[in-house]
Design a protein around this ligand. Structure first.
Ligand code: NAP
Length: 247
């Protein structure tokens, strides 16, 4: 039986991915900043462990407690929507701490066991915002684009150990808590000189058209974990697939 460790399982894509793999007979280590065992069905194949990807001690404990794993999913992430002028550098650093450095730190912590066993898959969840520039998303997009570039280089250096690296790129998913979480980082709101742009952005959110479902992301992670021949970048969701095929 294979084991997957997923970061950020308290909601959204992480929670759905944990559920998806449990239903398909994998052993699942669902990690959360604040563990809540009742979010997922009871199973002797499920372990819920505390993990904050910005905290080195927390990473060390989680990786030690997890033991051998086959697949790591770096899903934990935070959003921020604002003009650069409306953000403190503290917020900029916070976003990178979770989305970018958290992904690197988790990968670094897991790689020794993958290298020694000559097997393993690292799946990094980034975003389609890295495929098409959008207003008010400079910092968030940069944090995810850095993970794309990191993953491409990492894939080269770990291929010799039979370790695979894949990217899953979801589109816009209004059903998760992501939008609400991002709003908490908007501080004083969008600065007035950018208000016309902001109105356009919020109007587009009201009528998004095709969107990404958490289930789409879980399915893409499943493909990345199980199909060694799958592409390096996997768009997840109707909007993501349309964008990828347009580009
Ligand atoms: N929703 C979208 O439109 C969208 C689109 C493209 C990509 N994404 C990406 O998809 C991933 C999942 O997002 P989602 O939509 O499922 O959002 P979500 O519902 O807000 O879930 C984000 C998860 O990350 C966790 N998290 C945040 N900071 C963490 C930290 N320091 N350590 C560990 N866990 C942390 C959250 O835990 P807490 O409950 O403790 O906060 C939560 O479990 C993110 O990387 C996001 O950037 C989202």
């Amino acid at each position: 039986m294979k084991t997957i460790l997923i970061t950020g399982c308290s909601s959204g894509f992480g929670l759905e991915t944990a559920r998806y793999f449990l239903e398909r007979d994998w052993s699942v280590i669902a990690t959360m900043r604040t563990p809540q065992a009742d979010l997922l069905p009871l199973s002797d194949r499920l372990r819920v462990l505390p993990l904050d990807v910005t905290d080195a001690e927390s990473i060390r404990h989680a990786v030690e407690a997890a033991g051998p794993i086959d697949v790591l999913v770096n899903n934990a992430g935070v959003g921020v929507l604002n003009a650069l002028e409306g953000m403190s550098m503290e917020t900029v650093r916070d976003v990178f701490e979770t989305n970018t450095f958290g992904t690197m730190a988790m990968t670094q912590a897991i790689l020794p066991q993958f290298r020694q066993r000559m097997a393993g898959v690292v799946i990094n969840v980034t975003s389609t915002v890295t495929m098409k520039a959008l207003d008010l998303l400079s910092v968030y997009t940069a944090s995810k684009a850095a993970v794309n570039a990191f993953s491409e280089c990492l894939a080269l250096e770990v291929a010799q150990f039979n370790v695979r690296v894949r990217l899953v790129l979801p589109g816009l998913a209004p059903e998760t808590r992501f939008g609400d979480n991002a709003r908490t980082r908007m501080q004083g709101g969008v600065p007035e000189p950018y208000s016309a742009i902001a109105q356009g952005v919020f109007a587009r959110f009201e009528k998004p058209g095709p969107v990404t479902l958490a289930l789409d992301v879980a399915g893409a992670v499943w493909q990345a974990a199980n199909d060694p021949a799958c592409p390096f970048r996997l768009p997840a969701g109707a909007d993501a697939v349309a964008l990828a095929s347009a580009g």
